[in-house]
Design a protein around this ligand. Structure first.
Ligand code: SF4
Ligand code: SF4
Length: 299
């Protein structure tokens, strides 16, 4: 069973949660038989619900293709991956293309939401998933695939866009998930890909477990869990020393909190309005990007 590294007290909040069960569950699910069983369970769950026809058909297709692959046939899971990519984001991420799991299927997210100091308690993605059952159900299937199935280069769709986002509705929870994202970036080496995460310890583990390197076009943004966290230069330095793959820091502030903090860049609340700052990867490593908490921006 995997063991997640404990973090230093000097380094801000990741690792303060106690509930590590999720990664153990997901590690168990890695068994191919369990993935197929879980896919059948999703079909049972979604049958009879509105607007799940295409999703159920895609899950059936996945079971067929994946079973054949396990039996030694050379088949691609690309039709499944094509389906999982979200081509039409709305709101802040309008015009973005993304691939994401579900925060509601992630026990790290569930644990973080219980921490009253964390931004997770007001998680925007969580609310979106509650509001839109189509997105929620698809994200649940996406979690099963991306976190448990080791994709091959032939499974990865080519993305006809300059920028790409990982995790619009969730966060990392398994090393396979990170390996899959890394492979996606290697295949799409002309696309600037960006992952926001509060769980850099999973990346650290994945790099060792699979002996992989992160390509130049893939940048990781450390999403600071706490609202109004005034991160110091020394803390950023310590984090980058521990996790050298972190490129930017992203923090959310209420109005008052924001005034107290030295700033690298202010989030424009719509990626197309700031010319995709986070995705361009042009600012120096360690740059802090500040977002005003949603709902406060007009106060
Ligand atoms: S880690 Fe991100 S996706 Fe998960 S609950 Fe927190 S804000 Fe939401
Ligand atoms: S800073 Fe710009 S690119 Fe980054 S999240 Fe905010 S709006 Fe999007």
């Amino acid at each position: 069973m995997c063991e997640v590294k404990k973090t230093s007290d000097q380094i801000i909040n990741y690792g303060r949660y106690k509930n590590m069960k999720n990664i153990e569950v997901m590690e168990t699910l890695r068994s191919s038989d369990n993935v197929i069983k879980a896919a059948y369970a999703l079909i049972d769950e979604f049958t009879g619900k509105k607007k799940t026809g295409k999703l159920i058909a895609t899950i059936r297709l996945f079971i067929d293709l994946y079973s054949r692959r396990l039996n030694g046939e050379k088949v691609t899971l690309k039709p499944i991956m094509d389906y999982l990519i979200t081509w039409e984001m709305t709101g802040k991420m309008e015009t973005m293309i993304s691939l994401s799991t579900s925060c509601q299927e992630n026990n790290f997210c569930k644990a973080y939401r219980k921490n009253k100091n964390f931004i997770c308690k007001d998680c925007y993605a969580w609310k979106e998933l509650n509001a839109y059952s189509t997105v929620r159900n698809k994200a649940k299937f996406s979690t099963l695939i991306l976190c448990n199935v080791e994709l091959l280069p032939c499974d990865i769709p080519m993305v006809n866009n300059r920028y790409f986002r990982f995790e619009a509705f969730g966060d990392l929870q398994t090393t396979i998930q990170f390996k899959n994202y890394n492979l996606f970036c290697i295949v799409n080496d002309f696309v600037n890909c960006t992952l926001w995460t509060k769980n850099p310890f999973i990346i650290e583990k994945a790099l060792k477990e699979f002996d992989i390197a992160i390509p130049e076009n893939f940048k990781i943004i450390y999403s600071i869990p706490e609202l109004d966290r005034k991160i110091t230069a020394a803390e950023k330095k310590a984090i980058i020393e521990k996790y050298p793959f972190i490129w930017y820091f992203f923090a959310v502030y209420s109005d008052n909190g924001m005034r107290k903090v030295d700033c690298g860049y202010i989030c424009k609340m719509k990626c197309s309005d700031c010319n995709y700052f986070c995705y361009k990867h042009e600012a120096p490593q360690g740059t802090l990007i500040q977002e005003i908490k949603k709902g406060n921006e007009n106060k």
